[in-house]
Design a protein around this ligand. Structure first.
Ligand code: FAD
Length: 490
């Protein structure tokens, strides 16, 4: 399910590692690309480098390591086309529910199909959710008092209007996350002035958009080895940055503050606007390419206001401090609404599955749900690193089943005694709002969702599949046993 970055990667792994399996990708939208097709706001870009956000099997060739949305979309589409994955995609097929039948050892999917949304049914032996992590129909929009009074344009970046003319206009962007720090410098290029209005600051780190080492390595090495070295370089750099942040938070807090101060004009109030209240990596770190946000602030084209909104007014926003921000356009970069498993309702032999009450197995399957996997990326590194490990793991499971004639695999889970921990270890608003509905992890293996690529790689690529938890059965035998049981004894 899903033809975004993960679904296309999954298609590639399936057809190369399990060539005897047939597969179809059901995509709710009429296009490939997911996130990178949906978001159209000015400046939309990755904040991970493309050597790790791109696929390991298809080198990223552009000069820019921090790429813009259209370049990423092109890359995903080209991968799908060149590898023939696009032939497997059925568009406008929104999976509404999936019902597992142990008797038939298969899933029956109810799918809203085509423009009219008629219901069609598919069956499959194994279901893999590459549905991303948030709702596509609506972003998160708090109820701002007085919003109805504002006379200008008020919008959410998830629904960017085509041809919005903001040149010369006064813009307020509410938020301090990845979207806000992307929008502000991009809009500041032509807007009259852009204010980033934040309740509290985030950690912001500037990185070069173009990786110089990449340019050099590509000149001296063939494409494949250069790509592999760059990928590993960036994996290790991000791991070191994360580990340092968690282990030496005070040192990293100081470092981030110093970097911000060095990028801002002399006398700037760094502590009010760029000193977060949380520890580094309690929330995702915001990366900006080539200091673009800081440059916009230095150039006077953008500014930061930190405070709580009292009310929207006819002409803008009034803060609790009394400060008034006049605006022609207000953008609510207030985030996403997370959703578990693409909103698909799962049942197992008629019993509804509540995702929030399940435990994740090796970060890819769900306790007691047969022949089902889903793809979640890292929060502390590029999504694709983990997505690709998940797909590789699914292929290993499928091949193992084929080799041994198994029809069912199911991580056997006794929740009794398992410590309930949130799936994602971030305290960002969008994660906390959804935590109850997302699968859980426990404090011990294999019911954990790691944020560590090297450990995951060892477990998911090399770890034994017959670990005593993942139970494999030959359904035909199970079925005949059931039939035998059902026959009354003489
Ligand atoms: C603006 C933005 C910037 C980001 N930048 C980064 C970054 O720099 N680095 C990083 O690691 N991550 C980033 N992310 C996270 C990003 O979502 C992932 O990197 C990646 O694109 C996720 O790919 P995906 O295919 O798993 O999910 P998505 O891109 O969300 O694609 C999911 C697909 O599944 C389809 N789908 C969902 N439900 C159903 C259903 N029920 N039936 C059928 N189809 C369904 C959707 O229509 C969609 O096409 C960013 C996210 C956003 C919103």
């Amino acid at each position: 399910m899903g033809a975004g970055l993960s679904g296309i990667g999954a298609g590639y792994r399936l057809q190369t590692k399990c060539p005897a399996q047939s597969y179809a990708i059901l995509e709710a939208r009429p296009e490939i690309g997911g996130t990178w097709d949906l978001f159209r706001y000015p400046g939309v870009r990755s904040d991970s480098d493309m050597f790790t956000l791109g696929y390991p099997f298809r080198p990223w060739k552009d000069a820019k390591a921090i790429a813009d949305g259209p370049a990423i979309l092109k890359y995903i589409r080209e991968t799908a086309r060149e590898c023939g994955i696009d032939r497997h995609i059925r568009f406008r097929q929104r999976v509404i529910s999936a019902a597992w039948s142990s008797q038939d050892a298969r899933w029956m999917l109810d799918v809203q199909a085509g423009e009219n949304g008629e219901t069609v049914r598919y069956t499959c032996n194994f279901l893999y959710g590459c549905t991303g992590y948030y709702r596509y129909d609506a972003g998160y929009q708090p109820d701002f008092p007085g919003a109805e009074n504002f006379r200008g344009r008020f919008l959410h970046p998830q629904h960017w209007p085509e041809n919005l003319d903001y040149s010369g206009k006064r813009v307020v962007v509410i938020g301090s996350g990845a979207t806000a720090v992307t929008l502000v410098p991009a809009m500041a290029e032509t807007a009259g002035h852009v204010t980033m209005l934040q309740r509290s600051p985030s950690y912001i780190l500037s990185i070069p958009a173009v990786d110089r080492i990449a340019g050099w390595l590509r000149r001296v090495l063939p494409e494949g080895p250069a790509h592999r070295i760059l990928r590993w370089k960036n994996i290790l750099v991000s791991m070191v940055l994360y580990q340092l942040s968690r282990r030496k938070p005070q040192f990293m807090r100081g470092l981030f503050r110093k970097i911000a101060a060095g990028n801002l004009p002399a006398g700037y109030d760094v502590d009010t606007h760029f000193k977060p209240k949380y520890e580094p990596w309690d929330q995702r770190l915001c990366l900006v390419p080539d200091s673009d946000l800081f440059k916009a602030i230095r150039g006077g084209r953008a500014s930061v206001a930190t405070g709580e909104i009292e009310t929207f007014t006819e002409r803008g926003i009034r803060l609790r401090s009394g400060e008034e921000l006049e605006a022609d356009i207000i953008i609510s970069a207030t985030g996403l609404r997370m959703v578990a498993l693409g909103g698909v309702k799962l049942t197992v032999d008629g019993a509804a599955v509540e995702p929030g009450k399940t435990f994740i197995y090796k970060g890819v399957m769900l306790g007691n749900i047969p022949n089902f996997a889903f793809c979640v990326g890292y929060t502390n590194a590029s999504w694709t690193l983990r997505a690709d490990l998940s797909s590789t793991f699914v292929c290993r499971v499928l091949n193992h089943m084929k080799r041994h004639g198994y029809r069912v695999c199911r991580p056997e889970c006794d929740p009794e005694g398992l410590e309930v921990k949130p799936l994602l270890g971030l305290n960002s608003g969008y994660v906390l709002r959804a935590a109850a509905d997302l699968p859980k992890q426990a404090g011990k293996k294999p019911w954990i969702m790691r944020q560590n690529y090297i450990l995951d790689m060892l477990t998911m690529r090399l770890g034994s599949l017959e670990d005593g938890v993942l139970k494999f059965t030959r359904a035909v035998a199970a079925r005949s046993a059931e039939i035998r049981e059902a026959i009354p004894a003489d």
